[in-house]
Design a protein around this ligand. Structure first.
Ligand code: TRP
Length: 437
């Protein structure tokens, strides 16, 4: 297999299956395990989940198909790719800006993503040292807030480590660096989540958690919740910024895009729901607050691990796998930027170092928004929340909208049809309708 560091043009995944793994590796990450449960908690549960699932199905999947298609056709990074595709479709050069926004969004997201992944690293260490055995919800809440969040030095340490890990893989070239990793990590993550689900199932408050997630109460939905649900559908599927586009560009020509994308979407959704089903029963069994915010994962699961047999082993494995899931996602956040700069003639290694440092610096803003800058707010949001809102709820949906317009209206029908090659006309028609509207 060719390595992406040698020649991005010709780099390709070993097989269709590897593309599924890589795209799943990108999709499944902190978004599923950390973010989905806490925003669901903050937005009242069931109704939010339903809107989210509808967004995945009606918006996410069609756009993902479009994004893979654009990528596979362009065979290059999002910025040059959009330039090329716009040229082929005799459309304005300004479509290139879509690529620019995507590259920027990925960079901004990675800056805070790395800080949160750092929390998972810290928890891996804690778990390994047996820190969770027998802890109460109150104790773990306190050690999360005071021991970790109030401690910028510690946050910076783990953030730095995670950023180095990310840029290491990217510097080696994504296809080579990633392929090995995901083959083992993804299955392991699924098994561990199943263990957690089993625990949640036996823990008394399972039904309460279940009905929180799945009972529909429209009164809890505000306009802003709708936007958050939609933004998260983009975030969790890695859409709207060119990550899936660039992975698509490494995809073999003959693989069917439709089934591949459905598989990825399904796996991603299953992991998010499993995380929710593992976390909320613990929330209710321990009288915790579902709307506790970004710390939700980190103040609930340790309680469960602290009570189960071999809890320290499971806890260590679990947070390690969360770190790996975050790792296989973070790579895809920065790959478009790296591939683009590489095309401009810089060395992959140099680009990785420079971007890594820049992104690390920006990440300090997120580190400080949990402690010394906690009170600096704009529109009621601190630096981290602002960055998250701007990227996930505004830039990604906007990027997704632009992608649908481009694939649905601007590109030539014949090109699209040839590239997607749906088996049946009905499926093709359905895609065309959803992508257009
Ligand atoms: N989807 C990943 C998650 O859920 C995060 C992610 C990776 C992402 N690449 C992306 C989000 C590109 C948006 C765009 O954790």
């Amino acid at each position: 297999m060719t390595s992406a560091s040698e020649n991005t043009d010709n780099a390709q995944w070993g097989s269709r299956w590897v593309f599924v793994l890589a795209a799943t590796g990108s999709a499944v990450g902190l978004g599923n395990i950390w973010k989905f449960p806490y925003i669901t908690g903050e937005n009242g549960g069931g109704a939010f989940v339903l809107v989210y699932l509808l967004c995945i199905l009606l918006i996410g999947i069609p756009i993902m198909i479009a994004e893979v298609m654009l990528g596979r056709r362009a065979k290059t990074d999002p910025i040059n790719g959009m330039k090329l595709l716009a040229h082929q479709a005799e459309a304005s050069r300004f479509w290139m800006l879509l690529g620019v926004m995507g590259v920027l969004a990925g960079f901004l997201i990675l800056s805070y993503y790395s800080v949160i992944a750092g929390w998972a690293l810290d928890y891996t260490m804690d778990a390994a040292s047996g820190a969770f055995s027998g802890v109460t919800a109150e104790q773990i809440g306190q050690s999360f807030n005071e021991g970790l969040l109030q401690n910028p030095g510690k946050l910076i340490f783990w953030h730095s480590l995670f950023m180095v890990l990310t840029m290491l893989v990217v510097a080696r070239g994504v296809t080579r660096g990633l392929e090995m990793a995901i083959r083992f990590l993804m299955p392991a993550l699924f098994i561990l989540l199943a263990v957690m689900l089993g625990y949640a199932f036996s823990s008394g408050s399972f039904m309460e958690g279940f009905s929180f997630l799945f009972s529909f109460d429209a009164s809890k939905l505000s306009g802003n919740s709708l936007l958050i649900a939609m933004g998260h559908a983009f975030f969790t599927l890695s859409l709207g910024m060119g990550a899936i586009m660039i992975y698509g560009s490494y995809m073999p020509k003959k693989a069917s895009i439709g089934t591949t994308v459905l598989t990825v979407g399904l796996l991603d959704t299953l992991v998010a729901l499993a995380a929710g089903l593992a976390i909320f029963p613990i929330v209710f069994a321990n009288q915790l607050e579902p709307g506790a915010g970004p710390g939700l994962l980190f103040v609930t699961l340790p309680v469960a691990f602290g009570q189960m047999p071999f809890g320290s082993v499971f806890a260590t494995l679990f947070f390690l796998l969360v770190t790996f899931a975050a790792w296989s996602s973070s790579i895809s956040l920065i790959e478009p930027a790296v591939a683009w700069l590489e095309k401009r003639g810089y060395k992959r290694l140099q680009v990785s170092v420079v971007l890594g440092i820049a992104c690390w610096l920006l990440g300090l803003g997120t580190v400080f928004s949990f402690n010394i800058w906690a009170d600096y707010k704009l529109w009621g949001l601190n630096f981290f929340e602002l960055l998250d809102y701007l990227t996930a709820n505004l830039m990604l949906p906007l990027g997704g909208l632009a992608i649908s317009i481009f694939a649905g209206w601007i590109m030539k029908r014949s090109t699209v049809q040839k590239e997607i090659a749906f088996e049946s006309f009905a499926v093709y028609a359905m895609w065309t309708v959803t992508i257009r509207f």
